[in-house]
Design a protein around this ligand. Structure first.
Ligand code: SAH
Length: 339
């Protein structure tokens, strides 16, 4: 019989399984604590459980781990990029960033991506499967073990579209919250899967929603982001307004500047027309050049920011981290497939 992936069980599910084994309820709390607070990797380390019970646990459950296939450390800013091997031999990447206020991890949610954004490396090697909750938690726990740091925040901005793996991502967040990690410290980034934005709003989790916009007219956006053909801007904006109304959480819009595509004055005006007057934040990102994509970094990032701030919009330029270690999401996995 295949063992149960214990790290993917939320507290209620774990409790049910422990009761089925004829144990008391408080044992479930102890085990959950060992797994998600003390973050042990072996049942033998659960020292307040009897040897007999530990043996039964390891018969029934497994504690899945990710293995570090590659670790790249930036010489510029200490950013660490991990390529993690998964139990079935696939791989995803995570990026550990060092900010003044603490360590942040960029977490992957799928092996590959179906969304097909034209500038993104994650789509290049194809979509393979969704990640399990344990594989998202594993990226956090292994990064903490390897670096000796405690994560202050996470962003779901690695490989994959989190809202295209909705159930597993929600379970992952539930377990995180049950372990004591406030969901206020989580940002979830989406290319704009509108129906799922409504579902997320209903859960009122307190996560920050980041929406990858990159263009402010349907014509331009559909050209670089196929999802826009399914959910055009009007629908996306209504969903964003609903999210803000339901949660009171200000939305963050990502806008990667690509030379000659979305970085001129008329693009700025379109963006101002779309977002002016909304309570939101705009994150301007100098695009990460991906070999196969042919898009170039815009030289006009500061100018573009000025257009927006002069119009009263709240726009900041994201600092580039790990520029020397290929930190654009999806590049490491794709490179490792080439090897
Ligand atoms: N699928 C989600 C999350 C993963 S991508 C989403 O689309 O939001 C995380 C962010 O990186 C998104 O804003 C995405 O549009 C952006 N991105 C992808 N490739 C990029 C590149 N080459 N340069 C800059 N940003 C990129």
């Amino acid at each position: 019989m295949e063992k149960i992936d214990i790290l993917s069980l939320d507290f209620e599910e774990l409790t049910e399984k422990i009761l089925e084994m004829g144990e008391k309820k408080f044992r479930a709390k102890q085990i959950f604590d060992w797994l998600h607070v003390k973050k042990v990797t072996d049942f033998e380390q659960m020292s307040n459980l009897s040897a007999q019970f530990r043996a039964e646990l390891s018969e029934k459950f497994c504690i899945n781990r990710l293995n570090i296939k590659k670790r790249l450390v930036s010489k510029i800013d200490n950013t660490v990029k991990y390529l993690y091997g998964l139990p079935d031999g696939e791989a995803v990447e995570s990026v550990l960033m060092d900010y003044k206020h603490g360590a942040a991890l960029c977490v992957s949610t799928q092996v590959g991506c179906k969304m097909g954004c034209k500038f993104c490396a994650s789509t290049l090697a194809g979509w393979v499967r969704n990640l399990e909750p344990s594989e998202m938690l594993g990226q956090m726990y292994e990064s903490e073990r390897d670096s000796g740091k405690t994560l202050d925040s996470i962003v779901l901005m690695g490989i994959g579209e989190p809202l295209d793996n909705f159930d597993n991502v929600m379970k992952f967040l539930k377990i995180l919250e049950e372990s004591g990690f406030s969901l206020r410290r989580v940002s979830l980034s989406t290319c704009g899967v509108v129906d799922k934005i409504y579902d997320l709003a209903k859960l009122k989790l307190g996560v920050t929603l980041s929406v990858s916009l990159h263009a402010a007219t349907d014509a331009k956006r559909s050209e670089i982001m196929p999802i826009n053909k399914k959910f055009p801007l009007k629908q996306l904006m209504t969903a964003c307004d609903d999210y803000f109304a339901a949660t009171g959480r200000r939305i963050s819009f990502e806008y990667s500047l690509i030379e000659g595509v979305n970085d001129d004055e008329s693009s700025a005006k379109e963006l101002i027309a779309l977002l002016g007057g909304k309570n939101c934040h705009i994150n301007l990102i100098p695009i990460n050049e991906v070999r196969e994509r042919g898009f170039k970094k815009s030289p006009y990032v500061e100018r573009f920011q000025r257009f927006l701030t002069n119009a009263g919009l709240n726009a900041t330029v994201r600092r580039t981290l790990g520029a020397d270690i290929n930190a654009a999401c999806g590049q490491l996995r794709r490179d490792s497939k080439d090897e």
